[in-house]
Design a protein around this ligand. Structure first.
Ligand SMILES: [Ca+2]
Ligand SMILES: [Ca+2]
Length: 319
């Protein structure tokens, strides 16, 4: 994300040594990514549909010779992820509205929205109800910051006595997004194939925002958000829109490399977190290169954007 990377170079980042790594280096065993059995579960009306993800070991990050590689995607780490479940789709307007309707929650987010000039602008009137473009109830919620996301999850868990939801760790996110792939994009090597699979910065975005530097040469049909699951193109684990449509907050505090990343798939937790992580790219920003699986976004958790949403996870032992 251009905005995140711009700040990366101008804001002092929390050093890795200031963070509490929740797990020791514990990698062992053979490389073994296994496909999800894609079972679906639903135990409460408000609960999102989830996909079961089998555990496995994979390489987090990208090699230095991958086209578009950014330094914070390395060094690659062998990570062993425990079995978990993940929501099949990004959390929708309808799901978030149920939470707000039940609780009267007043969204905390200060939201940046896309201005006519193609740059991000703070709009005090913007909110998840009004992100600056039309959405229906099956679109992913945006303009939610990290605190809003956690307030939703707390409420959701009160509706779900059998399962406790949480955000994915960054390792879990990338493991599920790769779904066994090692190519730059989960569908292969060709960025412009994204329009078959998800919503990114396409030719429509180029027409609307000609200043964006590298929009894709395909047409996915959406300038802003698309309904979740619209493309009907689940990845190798049966999860949809992990890459594209909207960025997804994860549990981790951002550190600018993976050298001390927990090897057991747990998140990086910082005592005083400077920036949170979001992953997967979105309908737009300044190009479609954010759709590369390894790409990392990071920003102040008190802020949000009209292209950042989230999805949720459930630990398998919570099933
Ligand atoms: Ca698009
Ligand atoms: Ca997404």
């Amino acid at each position: 994300m251009r905005i995140a990377k711009t700040l990366t170079s101008t804001v002092k980042l929390m050093p890795a040594t200031a963070c509490l790594l929740l797990a020791l280096w514990s990698c062992s065993g053979a490389l073994s990514a296994t496909k999800s059995d894609a079972k679906e579960m639903s135990t409460c009306p408000a609960c999102p549909e989830v996909v079961q993800i089998e555990g496995g070991t994979f390489l987090l990050g990208s090699p230095v010779d991958e086209s578009g590689h950014v330094e914070d995607e390395g060094p690659q780490q062998r990570i062993t992820v425990a079995p978990f479940a993940v929501s099949r789709f990004e959390i929708t307007i309808a799901q978030y509205a149920a939470f707000v309707g039940a609780t009267g929650y007043d969204a905390d987010a200060r939201c940046l929205v896309m201005g006519e000039n193609g740059s991000w602008n703070y709009d005090p009137e913007a909110s998840w109800r009004n992100p600056g473009f039309e959405q229906d109830s099956n679109h992913p919620v945006v303009c939610v910051n990290w605190n809003d996301v956690n307030a939703y999850i707390t409420w959701l868990n009160n509706q779900s006595p059998d399962r406790q939801f949480r955000l994915l760790s960054e390792s879990e996110w990338e493991y599920a997004a790769r779904s066994g792939s090692t190519t730059p994009y989960w569908w292969g090597d060709v960025e412009d194939d994204f329009c078959q699979h998800t919503n990114g910065a396409d030719v429509t975005a180029r027409a609307a925002y000609p200043g964006w530097p590298r929009t894709g040469n395909c047409d996915d049909g959406f300038l802003y958000t698309a309904p979740v699951g619209h493309f009907g193109s689940p990845n190798g684990f049966g999860v949809e829109d992990m890459v594209g449509n909207v960025w997804e907050w994860v549990a981790d505090c951002y550190v600018d490399n993976y050298s001390r990343h927990p090897k057991d798939g747990k998140p990086v937790i910082c005592e005083d977190c400077d920036k949170g992580v979001f992953r997967g790219g979105a309908w737009g920003d300044h190009g479609s290169f954010y759709l590369r699986t390894a790409y990392r976004g990071a920003w102040d958790r008190s802020m949000s954007f009209s292209n950042i949403g989230f999805r949720v996870a459930v630990s398998r032992d919570s099933n």
